[in-house]
Design a protein around this ligand. Structure first.
Ligand code: SAM
Length: 245
């Protein structure tokens, strides 16, 4: 998968590249990241990329032309078609389902705003979708882009080592029809600690009992912490029995 990031601070891409799952996905050739700076496409000796908003008010607005030229260059860098995703607090909220959909694409172009945002004419003409990472306002789209990149990188086949499998992660267990559950609790050595003891079922070697316990924990946690994710009536009889046990 190829991801192009249009940002006034494209160096942030390099920071991502050095670490963890994103770094590994890059090393394994599962992902490539390319930074594009609209300033490189701005004219004049000041290479201006923003200006004051018409109608007055605080802040600056990103100019159409440098962004348009920069997006055109990013698009032309690879023959695969790409939709332009603008990171914006006004966009559709990112969910794991949306991440799965993004991760399945061949290419993404992530457009990061700064200041008060981007001239609306550029957004109307060039942006295919707006993505928000939550109902709060960041000062730039780069952190939001990093969130998208990390989330899609870990879903590239071969990016995760077995022990980190995404299948049991929160929102990932039932990618198809079942409920999207939070993950169960995890424990490691030592078995006994001043802070508590590891649940005995996890030491039993009984795989069916362990799977049942994990499912029950995931159902219970989701019910308590994120009841909005569970439609009790839609649960299978087996899941309802576990939840009630
Ligand atoms: N004036 C804009 C508004 O209220 O909708 C906010 C602009 S914000 C200070 C600057 C940039 O940060 C935005 O253009 C966007 O790229 C990014 N940004 C801020 N919050 C975000 C969020 N929750 N999700 C994704 N991107 C965000």
């Amino acid at each position: 998968m190829r991801i192009d990031i249009v940002s006034l601070f494209p160096d942030f891409v390099a920071q991502l590249a050095g670490h963890g799952v994103v770094g590994r996905a890059l090393e394994r050739g599962l992902l490539s990241l390319h930074g594009w700076n609209p300033r490189d496409y701005a004219e004049g000796s000041y290479r201006r990329v923003d200006d004051r908003p018409f109608g007055g008010g605080p802040g600056m607005v990103m100019l159409v032309d440098p962004l348009r030229a920069c997006l055109a260059a990013a698009r032309a860098a690879d023959p695969a078609p790409a939709r332009v995703s603008y990171l914006s607090p006004q966009g559709q909220r990112l969910t794991q389902a949306r991440v799965r959909e993004l991760a399945a694409r061949e290419r993404l172009i992530l457009l990061c705003g700064r200041y008060e945002g981007i001239d609306e004419r550029l957004v109307a003409a060039e942006v295919d979708e707006e993505l928000s990472i939550g109902d709060y306002v960041l000062s730039g789209g780069e952190l939001a882009a990093a969130v998208v990149i990390d989330a899609v990188a870990r879903l590239q086949e071969g990016a995760l080592n077995d022990a980190e499998s995404a299948a049991q992660d929160s929102f990932g267990a039932d990618a198809g029809d079942g409920p999207l559950l939070l993950d169960c609790p995890h424990y490691t050595r030592p078995v006994e600690h001043a802070l508590g003891v590891v649940p005995s079922v996890l030491l039993s070697g009984n795989h069916a009992a362990i799977a049942r316990w994990r499912r029950q924990q995931a159902l219970g946690r989701t019910w308590l912490r994120r009841p909005d994710l569970i439609d009790r009536q839609a649960l299978s009889a087996a899941d309802r029995a576990l939840l009630d046990a």
